[in-house]
Design a protein around this ligand. Sequence first.
Ligand SMILES: Cc1cc2nc3c(=O)[nH]c(=O)nc-3n(C[C@H](O)[C@H](O)[C@H](O)COP(=O)(O)O)c2cc1C
Length: 211
Amino acid sequence: MRHFSIDTVSTWERFYRANFINCLSGFKSANLIGTVNKEGQPNLAVFSSVVHLGSDPALIGFINRPLAAAPHTIQNIEATGAYTINHIHPSFVAEAHQTSAKYPVEVNEFEAVGLKPLYIDNLIAPFVAESIIKYALQLVEIVPIKHNNTFLVIGAIKDILMEETLIGVDGFISLEKAESMVSLGLDAYFTTKLVARYGYAKPDSTIIKTD
Ligand SMILES: Cc1cc2nc3c(=O)[nH]c(=O)nc-3n(C[C@H](O)[C@H](O)[C@H](O)COP(=O)(O)O)c2cc1C
């Protein structure tokens, strides 16, 4: 097995290194975040750093890159407090990926890539109509991460839109059935396959092997 030290990795070309390091932390959920600015101009961008922070209260975090690299989503969230997170599926993954382009602020990415905004009562942020699982959040806190000028954006889940048939008797949502995608590196997207589900593990639980 090769041993790479971070000193070696640091000498690599920027995008090669970014791909390599991004793969190490594994598959991430692939999402589109929908926002509007104060003037009502919609914005849509792909984010994979979405993380569960707790179920009660229901909190979700995501990491926003430094402002110069990714300014619009975080600025809109700061200005309005509202945003939506929309799962990505194979039927529109190419359009979703294209939202990562650095469009000028006046460009509406829904129009630029050909996705449909969906508005519900009492929410100014747009959902992605094509997305099968989507939820709306209210900003709770933006935590600056000084070490690399990124931000942890924390939101409270307010509304969830999905077909009830995706929800199991125990509340488990079949993301596999919905074909919600995961991403890896800078540009790769995958669907998933369930290997096993287990009961709540206790010290005396029996380990059941899969084939
Ligand atoms: C697969 C993928 C995942 C991404 N995940 C993130 C992320 O978690 N955080 C982030 O700040 N940018 C992420 N980006 C980059 C943003 O999509 C990109 O910077 C976008 O232009 C930001 O748009 P905005 O300025 O409208 O917010 C990702 C890009 C790709 C292709």
